[in-house]
Design a protein around this ligand. Structure first.
Ligand code: TYM
Length: 333
């Protein structure tokens, strides 16, 4: 029996990296027989960097709409809000007593986000991976589908679970398996093939948002950075061509074929021929998601009702696990 847990922060807009690196795999896992799926909107993680309160509330609903529009079925998967399940924060404190500072300091995401002035970074940003461990362990999740950038955080979650089990001579906390699969675990920026596509990049031209319409998608792909060479015959020919590799990867992921299959069709062709084909493919997959999201956002009361119901279900999973951890630790009840 698989129990799947994952989440996305409701910050700005979701992009193609979130979709191909995470959400598409979530849909696949949801459709596996015997898998129980919990997909969270990670609002407590979002506030580790300053957020505009109104935008945060809107983005929380919009993220729920994006999950549904991308194919997560709320009658089969639990789509819930992290902050609505207090056991996450409560377990986080208990786990914080077992998380080593040295390890947290080595987290590359912390180093990136804190920048040069780590002294001024908030405690929340530093403790981000501990909350993430709590998110996962509080459901005894067995599998966590994420993009490649989350691998280090998942290793830490496994270590924290192991430390707890050793210290309290138990096997109660389950070490989750990362699921980092599919052709695009790391989608890169459209303007720089060495940088990850991200919500926080300043220029909107670096990413395709799930809310972009057909014109915006076509324009971003037309303007995407490339090199002057035609497409190669084999994957080896993509080495040292980060932008070309990224566009071929995106094509492969959207079409659900391998990179080599894409090259079989486009070897020797120029980007002037490849880009319109990629653009058509991206529009055909992303534009319906944007349209469905917009439709869902016209009646937020429906989304709110759905979330309220799912939050209750998530609490029913999380509360007994938290209680058992407390009992094991000897906390008076
Ligand atoms: P977030 O919102 O930064 O990213 C959400 C998911 O999208 C993936 N992702 C990408 N995949 C491929 N290419 C990219 N350019 C790209 N950018 C983002 C991320 O790997 C992630 O899977 N900390 C998590 C949210 C979270 C979480 C959890 C996940 C909080 N608690 C517990 C799993 C389990 C995050 O990175 O969100």
């Amino acid at each position: 029996m698989k129990r799947i847990l994952s989440g996305i922060q409701p910050t700005n807009r979701l992009h193609l990296g979130n979709y191909l690196g995470a959400m598409r795999n979530w849909v696949k896992l949801q459709n596996e027989p015997g898998a129980e799926c919990l997909y969270m909107i990670a609002d407590l993680h979002a506030i580790t960097v300053p957020q505009d309160p109104e935008s945060l509330t809107r983005s929380t609903r919009e993220t729920a709409a994006a999950y549904i529009a991308a194919g997560i079925d709320p009658s089969r998967s639990i789509i819930f809000v992290q902050s609505a399940v207090p056991a996450h924060s409560q377990l986080m404190w208990l786990l914080a007593t077992m998380a080593q500072l040295g390890k947290l300091e080595r987290m590359t995401q912390f180093k990136d986000k804190a920048g040069k002035n780590a002294e001024r970074a908030g405690l929340g940003l530093f403790a981000y991976p501990v909350l993430m461990a709590a998110d996962i362990l509080v459901y005894q999740a067995t599998h966590v589908p994420v993009g490649e950038d989350q691998k280090q955080h998942l290793e830490l979650a496994r270590e924290i679970a192991a430390t707890f089990n050793t210290r309290y001579k138990t096997d109660f906390l389950i070490q989750p398996e990362p699921v980092i699969t599919g052709p695009a675990p790391r989608v890169m920026s459209l303007r720089d093939g060495t940088q990850k596509m991200s919500k926080s990049a300043e220029s909107d031209m670096t990413r395709i948002n799930l809310t972009d319409d057909a014109d915006a998608i076509a324009q971003k792909i037309r303007k995407a950075k490339t090199d002057a060479e035609p497409l190669p015959e084999s994957e080896k020919g993509l080495e040292n061509r980060p932008e070309a590799k990224n566009l071929v990867t995106i094509y492969a992921a959207l079409a659900d074929i391998s990179r080599q299959d894409v090259l079989n069709d486009f070897a020797g062709k120029q980007f002037s021929e490849f880009k319109p084909a990629l653009s058509d493919l991206a529009v055909s997959q992303i534009a319906p998601i944007a349209a469905r999201m917009q439709e869902l956002m016209t009646d937020v009361s429906e989304i709110d009702a759905l979330l309220a119901n799912a939050n209750d279900r998530a609490n029913n999973y999380a509360i007994p696990v938290l209680s058992e951890v407390e009992r094991i630790m000897g906390i008076w009840k």
